[in-house]
Design a binder for this molecule. Structure first.
Ligand code: HT7
Ligand code: ZN
Length: 872
């Protein structure tokens, strides 16, 4: 397969001013008529007109109303070429497509009985011939014709300008979108759908109709999504002055969807999982996800749609910025520190491994085989961190000025990350050229901080060194501009005033721009305790000379809540690493060292100044995956054993405290999806998990009681996740009760599949295999695949990495089967095999051979080929 390179970017040879599309909708044969107004804007004079197109049955081509025949045009597997085109022309094509047979879920497809589209990144070329690239922006008029009974609802982008009964049981709807847009933002939906409606008045007085379309029976489960949409619209006006620009905003929930949601202009399409919720079916985490994803897609209306990407290498221009915006929104709606901790946990879990593995790429990648593979944690989450650092450097007002200038300059254009940074720099009179390296350099910078205290001079000196390890294709690394927020704690736990050799430090911000720098703080009465990278202001890995006592002190006193949480994580990681290393080399280890940590956990539990959501996070140990990453070799079984043992010890030592925490945080009032109630449930369930950490008979009883009493999905899932680990009759009783109650609810059944897939018990893989035959499992449904195969491969390290290689074989088999149906989802399942170099020799060999088996499949998608071959 061909590699596409940023360096080869050429502006389009032809632009499209206007598109007129007509769809005659039939599940197995939809006819698409496209009329494009084209004009030459580049390329070689007199050169041919080349349009992208895949899997299209071409029926007819006309130029300026005249029918063409070969050799005036030719088709290939992925293009239509028209020779000797006029400089400006009307091109009409008619193609037939088969939406029902479209298992890739890209382009136009059928989900249950409804039609829907997914065009980002390159799905539009599966609908009609078109220059399917984001820098071709056009206005669209769309006519939809279909059976009135089967598709009473027919939607596309923009405004509904007419509806006509065509007779014979068919009808027609016409939609016009006045805003020029790239083809990836085109959408259509047709089906028999229920609708929930609300209204929003913008700050300038525009009355917007808000509609959510769902399958019949789900109308009552849209309230939270609608409320999230309204809150997002208001927040974007208040925070950034950004207002909605049409009179209608539609959302449609679909069951079969490759990702979370899609920001098509005024017609957002969502994975139903991120719309439908109520107390009995959704967990607190589900509600939080709905809030942030609804906001994310809405925010794209400005950051992505009004100003879009010139090419797909610039994906982070819209995604990094929009993730930053949705994170800010959720922080304002909920607890900012808790949100920050959750975001950092996600970044470490998904982006850090990517950055240190074979698929490492910059926030702005410079080459790809399949663009679908670059919707990554690096482009999204690290991209958001880069935006956040810009806000730190410019201040919130300066950042807002930069954003204003960006829209002033580029509204209606397709632009680059460089254009974005230029607007930020120009609006603030700053030079961001050094900072911009974050866009082009891959890898997580490692910062080492060493301290020295001079009691005589009352001076405290920090030496800061940064280093980024080589990544594929980038052997040389340059120093980055790393903004580090630093605090020094005095003996009473308070923050000391920071006066450095370069003057007072505003907010404790140190700019690390060189490979090595020192900073000396003066007037420091005693050796302080260092708190560094407060708020996780920079996405780095940090080495410090902090002692265990320093970490315990920070856990108890740091004024920065993130740093308080982080100290606990580092402390626990240190203990677990030591125990794993000892165990792997057959030594006894020093479990006594763990008592001080348990005492620090007790302190957190009993600190009444802390909110329950924070406490729940602060007492949760780093994941097995995180611990593994800190070790030279991932000792899978030892890490699992050590973490489980530490959890049992904490649970046993703090029995009384956990019982008290459970009682104090029981939510007795009616369920509400508020951050406050969610925090109490999180702490109550974290306490329950510690009390049952030995999975013995008492634990089974306690968890089962909790399961039976639960009146909301959060508590149900918390109890069931414990019960999946136990051996007694409570396990099967709970799993069966859950299945009986929820077998008709696909979304809830996803949870049931996932819980069984992540159980650490030895028989998990056999259960997972059996579950692939369950009537609710369907390999064509991405949510099901992610719940069962994805959860097993990505969230069950001890069973996925079973020494006999059975986990790898299962994954490879599943990927090979899925690849022929849905390559995008298949390729996403593969990521975990890429880390094979991090394991022992036996596992390395087994993981490699699973990858080799995939690469050797004769007809493999370029999606899976790219991931598997680059992993080897
Ligand atoms: N911009 C979208 C990214 C996307 C996508 C969504 C659904 C299915 C396939 C997709 N390919 C790319 C979603 C977002 O980031 O908002
Ligand atoms: Zn997005």
């Amino acid at each position: 397969p061909q590699t596409v390179r940023l360096a080869d970017y050429e502006p389009p040879a032809f632009s499209v001013d206007a598109v007129d599309l007509t769809f005659d909708l039939e599940p197995q044969r939809t006819v698409v008529t496209a009329v494009l107004q084209l004009r030459r804007t580049g390329g070689a004079p007199g050169g041919p007109l080349v349009l992208d197109g895949e899997n299209l049955d071409l029926l007819e081509v006309l130029v300026n109303g005249k029918k063409l025949s070969p050799p005036a045009y030719e088709t290939s597997e992925d293009a239509l070429t028209v020779f000797d085109p006029p400089e400006a022309l009307t091109l009409e094509t008619r193609v037939a497509i088969n939406p029902k047979a479209n298992t890739r879920l890209e382009g136009l497809y059928v989900s249950n009985t409804m039609f829907c589209t997914q065009c980002e990144a390159e799905g539009f070329r599966r609908i009609t011939y078109f220059p399917d690239r984001p820098d071709v922006m056009a206005t669209y008029r769309v006519t939809l014709r279909g059976d009135k009974a089967a598709y009473p609802v027919m939607l596309s982008n923009g405004n509904n300008v007419s509806n006509t009964d065509l007779g014979g049981g068919r009808h027609e709807a016409v939609w016009e979108d006045p805003f020029p847009k790239p083809s990836y933002l085109f959408a259509l939906v047709a089906g028999d759908l229920a609708m929930v409606e609300d209204r929003f008045k913008t700050q300038s007085g525009r009355d917007v109709t808000l509609r959510i379309f769902v399958e019949h029976g789900n109308e009552d489960r849209c309230d939270y999504a609608m409320d999230s949409l309204i809150r997002s619209m208001r927040w974007d006006e208040e925070r950034f002055g950004l207002e909605y620009d049409l009179d209608i905003f539609n959302i449609v929930a679909v069951s079969d969807f490759n990702m979370g949601a899609m920001e098509n202009k005024s017609l957002n399409v969502f994975n139903a999982k991120y719309i439908l919720a109520d107390a009995s079916t959704a967990t607190d985490a589900d509600f939080a996800n709905i809030e942030s994803i609804v906001a994310h897609e809405y925010f794209h209306n400005w950051t992505g749609n009004r100003v879009t990407c010139r090419d797909w290498f610039q994906l982070s221009l819209k995604e990094g910025l929009t993730v930053f915006r949705d994170q800010e929104f959720s922080s304002d709606q909920r607890s900012r520190p808790v949100k920050r901790i959750q975001d950092v946990r996600a970044l470490r879990a998904r982006q850090f491994p990517e950055d240190s593995g074979p698929l490492s790429h910059p926030v702005r990648p410079d080459a790809y085989i399949e663009i679908n593979n670059f919707y990554t944690a690096t482009v999204y989450e690290k991209g958001a961190e880069v935006i956040g650092m810009m806000q730190t450097l410019l201040g919130q007002d300066g950042f807002n000025d930069g954003l204003r200038l960006y829209f002033e300059r580029h509204d209606g254009q397709a632009v680059t990350c460089d254009d974005f940074v230029a607007a930020m720099a120009d609006a603030n009179g700053k030079d961001l050229s050094h900072f911009k390296r974050w866009y082009s350099q891959s890898g997580t910078p490692e910062v080492t901080v060493t301290s020295a205290y001079d009691a005589g001079k009352k001076a405290y000196t920090l030496t800061l060194e940064q280093m980024t390890r080589p990544t594929p294709g980038q052997s040389e690394k340059q120093p980055l501009h790393i903004p580090l927020r630093i605090g020094l704690l005095g003996a009473n736990g308070g923050d000391l005033d920071l006066v450095s050799d370069s003057g007072a430090l505003d907010g404790g911000l140190v700019h690390l721009t060189e490979e090595r720098q020192t900073v000396t703080f003066t007037n420091i009465p005693d050796r302080p305790v260092l708190s560094v990278n407060r708020g996780f202001g920079a996405p780095i890995a940090l080495n410090t000379d902090q002692t265990d006592a320093d970490l315990a002190f920070l856990m108890a006193h740091d004024s920065d809540p993130f740093a308080r949480w982080e100290a606990g994580q580092q402390y626990a990681t240190r203990l677990m690493k030591a125990a794993v290393t000892a165990m792997a080399s057959g030594e006894a280890g020093d479990p006594k060292g763990q008592d001080a940590f348990v005492a620090a956990v007790k302190n957190i539990l009993e600190d009444n100044s802390l909110d329950p959501a924070f406490k729940a996070l602060a007492i949760t140990l780093p994941t097995e995956e995180f611990v593994g990453e800190q070790l030279p070799v991932v000792h899978v079984d030892e890490i699992h054993a050590v973490r489980a043992a530490l959890r049992r010890k904490i649970g046993a030592d703090l029995q009384a405290e956990f019982r008290a925490a459970m009682a104090a945080n029981e939510v007795r009032e009616p369920f509400a999806p508020t951050a406050e109630q969610a925090g109490r449930r999180a702490l109550r369930n974290a306490a329950l998990a510690y009390l049952t950490a030995d999975y013995g008979p008492e634990a089974a009883k306690l968890a089962k009681e909790s399961f039976d009493r639960a009146d909301n999905m959060t508590d149900t899932i918390a109890a069931l996740s414990i019960l999946t680990e136990v051996d007694g009759p409570e396990r099967s009783a709970a799993l069966e009760a859950f299945e009986t109650r929820w077998k008709d609810n696909a979304q809830v059944m996803d949870k049931w599949f996932a819980l069984q897939a992540v159980a650490s018990r030895p028989d998990t893989l056999s259960h997972v295999k059996a579950l692939t035959k369950h009537p609710c499992f369907d390999i064509r449904n991405p949510n099901k695949v992610r719940s069962l195969v994805g959860a097993f491969a990505m969230a069950n390290p001890v069973r996925f990495h079973a020494k006999d290689g059975s986990g790898y074989t299962f994954l490879a088999d599943s990927v090979i089967e899925l690849d022929s149906l849905n390559p995008q989802v298949a390729a996403r399942m593969l990521g975990t095999l890429g880390s094979w170099r991090r394991y022992d020799a036996d596992r390395q060999a087994l993981m490699r051979s699973a990858l080799e088996r995939i690469v050797a499949v004769p007809v493999l998608s370029k999606d899976s080929y790219e991931i598997a071959s680059k992993s080897l």
